[in-house]
Ligand binder design. Structure first.
Ligand SMILES: [Zn+2]
Length: 250
């Protein structure tokens, strides 16, 4: 079971709870009380996608109250306090009942950023993307990141993920991101349709198939996008960098 918790954060953070055989895992706790009120039984571990405060805020209270461990990216040494276990690229976390997380090393938003690919019976079902891939967008690189590295991560690790994989990001930015998509690509009918759905329900869950239709940063080969950009658009990487610069001022 996957529970998406919308927090009362001004940054519109999501926290996730995943029920495993032996208890619960929590990804990016913001409000410890909100987390403990939603789980029955043991909290095994908190996993931080990266070191920013809004993804680690609940760590300490949850650790003190429940005795859970704190897990984070191996490059988060010295950046996140009280980490019990550092996770490495391609490590598998067995959740029991044929469920697992695969640790993805996904630098770009920061250099200590991981994502978790969730599988059942060996088949990937969902990806928890922190501030790397958002619904209809990608993370910024203002606080310790690098847009060129983010491009490599998105193009090599997300662009080819199976279409049915659900996308669970660290923030609810879908509405604003869809407006950016439509600014860049006014004829994008999928984005228009999804925006109508979003106006009725702010907490839509997308999958990679839909992302490839509505996420400008996964549509770097589209002429409509390229033709509206100023500057170097000679490669998909350059298109990505121009879009990231524009999105910074959006
Ligand atoms: Zn962040």
């Amino acid at each position: 079971m996957i529970v998406q918790l919308y927090t009362q954060s001004q940054l519109r953070n999501f926290t996730y709870l995943i029920k495993a055989e032996a208890g619960w895992y929590c990804i990016d706790p913001f409000d410890a009380e909100q987390v403990t009120s939603r789980i029955d039984g043991k909290l095994i571990a908190v996993i931080n996608t990266h070191e920013h405060w809004d993804h680690t805020k609940g760590n300490e209270v949850l650790r003190d109250q429940t005795g859970c461990e704190v897990w984070a990216h191996s490059a988060a040494v010295g950046k996140i306090q009280g980490v019990d276990r550092f996770l490495s690229k391609d490590e598998t976390i067995d959740l029991g009942e044929s469920k697992s997380f695969l640790v993805m090393d996904t630098p770009g938003h920061t250099h200590a950023h991981l994502c978790l690919l969730y599988s059942e019976e060996g088949s990937p079902k969902a990806v928890f993307t922190g501030d790397t891939l958002f619904n209809a967008g990608v993370g910024n690189c203002h606080n310790g990141g690098d847009p060129e590295v983010l491009y490599e991560t998105i193009s090599k690790q997300f662009q080819n993920l199976d279409g049915q994989i659900k996308v669970y990001p660290g923030h609810e930015y879908l509405g604003n991101n869809l407006k950016f998509t439509l600014d860049r690509e006014p004829t994008n009918q999928s984005a228009k349709d999804l925006y109508k759905d979003y106006e009725k329900d702010n907490f839509l869950v997308t999958n990679m198939n839909l992302e490839r239709q509505i996420n400008t940063f996964l549509r770097l080969d589209q002429d409509e996008i390229k033709n509206k950009l100023e500057g170097d658009t000679s490669s998909e990487k350059q298109v990505f960098l121009r879009l990231r610069e524009l999105r910074n001022k959006w």
